[in-house]
Design a protein around this ligand. Structure first.
Ligand code: ATP
Ligand code: MG
Ligand code: FE
Length: 339
């Protein structure tokens, strides 16, 4: 089958054509980063306007690049949530219009299921598996017992890890989005400023990054007040080691407890070199295969939405034209077939 997918949950306008849930024929992504940079973060109102401006062109490009005709499409998959409501609505309306005009089914997709199933575009998945979702808005450990059967066993109680990266970067005067800059600085450090780790209760798979973030901000402010030079690289390394240590330790404990046959790294923070390296080593030691998507499939893109939409296609679970954008959307409910 040929799925056309649309993703507009945050600040990337994306459309993709994917065949049989695995072969990417096109995956066009238009990022708004340059626009939001000067504000130090995504401005929702501007994001939705930009989606409106780009949507048609991106859809046309995706179809043209794939070399297919609109009438050959089997269904349209669209990110239904979670995300910014104004942004989601643009993609949802575009997808509905196309599904209506072409008289083909519409599939609502959970954005995080997309991040997880980006890995299905890389290699075949074996269940049960564990997904470590680390993105700008989410930090979760998801036990996937079988295809599309999600159970969130741990989540952040405050900041998402990507969000903490962005806030720390901002305090250090680095550009938005800060994750890649902190990552780079950490690799250049010659000394680590050791920072605390939030382990929470012994048996908990939850995360907390706001205390760590505050520790960095306090050090930056202290140095500034004393008129000292801020050791940005040392702080970046300390921050990165703390986040990576907690993420890797909890993910590996979860893999052991749930007997996971694969560990999937998902979301924008999967681009982090420290995290990739440490997880790679831990998985090799545990004899568990680690699956990490290439950079282009880690951050928001529509091919991953097609990959997750493919699950619903196989089950024949389609949404009607009454499909609503869901800014707060439960992954577990979506997997269980509520569309
Ligand atoms: P969500 O998927 O939770 O709705 P989102 O779509 O905004 O959030 P993504 O696009 O998946 O998030 O990821 C963006 C985040 O990834 C940003 O916070 C960014 O700083 C972070 N990030 C990107 N590259 C790196 C890196 N090398 N190291 C750390 N963080 C990174
Ligand atoms: Mg983004
Ligand atoms: Fe995302």
């Amino acid at each position: 089958e040929l799925l056309l997918a649309v993703e507009t949950s945050c600040d990337e306008t994306s459309a993709a054509v994917v065949e049989n849930g695995v072969t990417i024929l096109s995956n066009v992504v238009s990022s708004q980063i340059e626009t939001h940079k000067k504000f130090g973060g995504v401005v929702p109102e501007i994001a939705s306007r930009k989606h409106v401006e780009s949507m048609t062109r991106i859809l046309e490009e995706a179809v043209r690049e794939a070399g297919v005709e609109l009438r050959e499409l089997s269904a349209i998959a669209v990110t239904q949530g979670p995300g910014l409501v104004g942004s989601l609505l643009v993609g949802v309306i575009a997808a509905k219009s196309l599904a209506y005009a072409l008289e083909i089914p519409l599939i609502g997709v959970h954005h995080i299921a997309g991040h997880i199933y980006a890995n299905a575009l890389v290699q075949e998945l074996t269940y049960p598996l564990m997904a470590l979702v680390a993105s700008g808005g989410h930090t979760e450990l998801v036990h996937v017992a079988s295809e599309g059967e999600f159970r969130i066993i741990g989540r952040t109680r405050d900041d998402a890890v990507g969000e903490a990266y962005d806030k720390v970067a901002r305090a250090m005067g680095l550009p938005y989005p800060g994750g890649p800059h902190v990552d780079k600085l950490a690799s250049q450090a010659d000394e680590e400023i050791v920072l605390p780790r939030a382990w929470l209760e012994d048996d908990s798979y939850d995360f907390s990054f706001s205390g760590l973030k505050s520790a960095v901000l306090a050090q930056v402010n202290q140095a500034k007040m004393k008129g000292d030079v801020v050791n940005r690289a040392g702080l970046a390394l300390g921050f990165q080691r703390s986040t990576v240590d907690v993420l890797v330790t909890k993910a590996m404990r979860a893999v052991r407890e749930f007997g996971s046959r694969q560990l999937l790294l998902c979301g924008g923070v999967a681009a982090n070199r420290g995290l990739r390296e440490a997880l790679g080593e831990a998985c090799a030691a545990a004899g568990v295969p680690l699956v990490v998507p290439p950079m282009s499939l880690c951050t928001d893109n529509a091919a991953m939405i097609a990959a997750a939409g493919h699950l619903k296609w196989k089950r024949g679970e389609f949404a009607g034209l009454g499909l609503k954008a869901e800014p707060l959307f439960s992954l577990e409910d979506w997997g269980a077939g509520t569309v």
